[in-house]
Ligand binder design. Structure first.
Ligand code: ASP
Length: 353
């Protein structure tokens, strides 16, 4: 059977399964979305009321973008991409504009997307000129025979796919630059020259949290659409002062990002990538749900495991019935959820519902 025919058949099967599930439990949402904007040491005392409000408003905008897609019967893939792109454009988050800097003073961006309905996936690493890395990951998935592209080749592919290209200075923010200077100074490493064509110090400082924050600002989304398809997407600038072409868990399919209808789960992670890679966190959570665990139990168990070897961070997970799960071993994670049956809610601190 042709690939498009196969996909149409799989989609039809998911539609039937979704309507049967819904007939069994009419209270189950038709669609559901969960997002995150990074985990870490995020405490009430560390954010001013204005900063707290700015993050909540930014999360709400991302939820609104993804929900709008799902509410008009759009695909889970389109929804996770829409939500992630809003956060990539927001300098509050470590993804796209506002990404952290490498030790060499560059922004190198990683992203991934996965379609749970047919296990197709796309990923990019080390982008420097593509405005929306998640869109590049999607293009890799849909318009190339590959799963992962890196560096200048990945940017060239994205440009060829018609995706917006920007000057690397587009990603610069003063807050992240100062974060780099602080990290390099503390590590006794040489400071790179400040990029020439960027705004002056002080610009964009209005809602920036203080520089003593310790958090991972990666963004991600997981969704179930009205045809029963799951999808996941994640995007990041990685870790401040990363070196030697370092790539974290985000674009590694199965580590920071995974979705599988067959396993009944979609996952996006944020945290210390070096640990999340070693536990293949996202795939492992799906193995747990395939074995019968609820998404919350699977997420909690996995975060406990990755924490046992020193990994800090969190995950968002979506189930086949539209139940979202959040788990973290940090004091906070920027996050939110919305569905066809529940009003949108956003949260920051670990003790919030
Ligand atoms: N997981 C990301 C990485 O290691 C960092 C983050 O979550 O902010 O690249």
């Amino acid at each position: 059977m042709m690939r498009s025919g196969r996909i149409a058949l799989i989609t039809l099967c998911f539609s039937i399964v979704a309507s049967l599930a819904h007939a069994q439990d009419p209270a189950a949402p038709l669609w559901s979305l969960a997002i995150h904007g990074g985990a870490g040491v995020i405490e009430r005392a560390g954010l001013t009321p204005a900063q707290d409000a700015a993050y909540r408003a930014a999360l709400q905008r991302a939820l609104d973008a993804g929900s709008a897609v799902l509410a008009r019967d759009g695909s889970a893939l389109d929804a996770v991409q829409a939500a992630v792109q809003v956060m990539e454009d927001d300098p509050l988050f470590n993804a796209g504009r506002g990404a952290v800097f490498t030790a060499a003073g560059r922004n190198e961006l990683d992203a991934a997307v996965m379609n749970g309905a047919d296990l197709t996936a796309g990923a990019v690493a080390g982008l420097t000129t593509t405005r929306h890395p998640v869109a590049a990951a999607r293009a890799v998935m849909e318009q190339s025979p590959h799963v992962m592209l890196i560096g200048p080749g990945a940017d060239a592919f994205a440009a060829q796919a018609g995706l917006e290209q920007v000057d690397p200075a587009f990603f610069f923010t003063e807050r992240r630059w100062q974060g780099l200077i602080k990290a390099l100074t503390e590590a006794g490493l040489p400071l790179p020259a400040r990029p020439a064509d960027v705004s002056t110090p002080g610009a964009q400082a209005a809602v920036a949290p203080p520089l003593n924050e310790r958090k991972f600002g990666t963004v991600g989304a997981v969704a179930l659409d009205s045809r029963g398809r799951l999808a996941a997407a994640t995007s990041t600038g990685g870790m401040t002062a990363k070196r030697w072409g370092r790539v974290g868990d985000v674009p590694i399919i199965g580590a920071g990002t995974y979705a599988s209808n067959a396993d009944g789960c979609a996952v996006s992670a944020t945290g210390s990538g070096e640990y999340f890679i070693r536990f293949t966190v996202a795939r492992d959570i799906c193995r747990r749900t395939a074995d019968g665990a609820t998404v919350q139990a699977a997420a909690d168990a996995e975060i406990a495991d990755v924490g046992s070897i020193g990994g800090d961070g969190g995950v968002i997970v979506m189930s086949l019935t539209g139940t979202p799960a959040f788990a973290m071993n940090t004091s906070g994670m920027y996050r939110g959820a919305a569905s066809s049956t529940a009003a949108a809610r956003v949260a920051i601190y670990a003790d919030e519902p």
